[in-house]
Design a protein around this ligand. Sequence first.
Ligand code: NAI
Length: 482
Amino acid sequence: VDNRQDFKVADLSLAEFGRKEITLAEHEMPGLMAIRKEYAEAQPLAGARVTGSLHMTVQTAVLIETLVALGARVRWASCNIFSTQDHAAAAIAVGPDGTPEDPKGVPVFAWKGETLDEYWWCTEQALTWPDSPTGGPNMILDDGGDATLLVHNGVQYEKDGKVPSPDTAESDEHRVILQLLTRTLGENPQKWTELASEIRGVTEETTTGVHRLYEMQRDGTLLFPAINVNDAVTKSKFDNKYGCRHSLVDGINRATDVLIGGKTAVICGYGDVGKGCAESLRGQGARVIITEIDPICALQAAMDGYQVTTLEDVVETADIFVTTTGNKDIILASHMAKMKHQAIVGNIGHFDNEIDMAGLAKIPGIVKDEVKPQVHTWTFPDGKVLIVLSEGRLLNLGNATGHPSFVMSNSFADQTLAQIELFTKPDAYPTGVYVLPKHLDEKVARLHLDALGVKLTTLRPEQAAYIGVEVDGPYKSDHYRY
Ligand code: NAI
């Protein structure tokens, strides 16, 4: 393979800018850098062929180069059509030792503003290893489960000997997947079966992807072991919460520059992401209202001082609406029809089905206009305008640059340790879904304390015995909720 051909990014000349930002990010990612140092000699990922499907940002670049530093070979795609930072993708393709004329980096297939066809083509490229015996990876690192889904669907249809007709697809995206798999079945009726045979496991980044994995485990269709990275405490209680606290307002500001103070903002969902989003907007002086279906989360929101009510109650009066549920059909076209002039509508959950964009487009006489990429006005026949961010896709990555480095250092340290676990201990993880062992979760937190000047108290042995833990941890039972 000519490595110079084996990638697709927007513009290689952005590599120098990307490299500068990667260098700045490395300082803010002490967890990943400590792991590089710790495992430099042992090379635990030597022999690993990691296919990654995760937002191709500057922080992800530091993750990719950490996996490489641990011995892995890597191929990468983004997990969202709008989330790639083109300078980060360019720097990864060029590599630390290459130049735009002579790229020597990692095969990466990602650019900001892919079509759905291009998106799934990129995912397929990341999964296709020209020089491997099976034609595929032996590890997957996923965010939202799209790479895992493609492999599982491919294997299923090869078993069936046929792919459902693309005419039966439930959505544009589903149609693209069915077309892709129809083509591969024609080219090689065993492509995905062969490819899956050597995959030792997948490490999954987010709530929505984890949900898909547990469904496959329940249905008995899961093909290989999985580590649920999301439910590491140092992931969901940090990235989902503090990451969104940073990147939600960043996205709204870059998209609209509207003053948030004094406005009324509705956050749908008060899980980890919703908690961070609510705090983010309250911090800017917005009056924040929560909608929830879960009485526990609704009570939490109330105790945190937020009004909790239904969307229907506030849809006509609020200024900003953000969905954070990981559920579908949260803001319907009928809701949007009732919103006030210049209301802002956005989603920060993983998939774009939280806001009914298709229904919005079908309102008779409605006109869509682009203000700038990922910011659109929708003008109703009566002249009312709504501002919709990132076409209903996650706005913190579409309109801004996602979470900052320090919080992603936690998530990606969890990812890296999970990759090492599954790759080096296949016998310890029969097919199933696991969370990261607690001592590794605590290790990831520990790696981030010095940078913030945190002084930890050391347990005395008598104290450790009294509360029934080891001096070096783990300090909590598995059911402790933090
Ligand atoms: P979670 O499960 O902790 O929270 C979701 C909340 O939404 C739950 O409390 C649930 O009761 C509530 N909910 C469900 N249906 C609802 C409805 N119809 N109306 C109101 N509330 C409803 O999940 P988490 O971790 O907060 O993740 C949410 C989504 O965000 C997922 O899709 C996840 O993958 C994604 N995510 C996005 C990130 C980003 O950077 N954009 C970062 C982390 C996660």
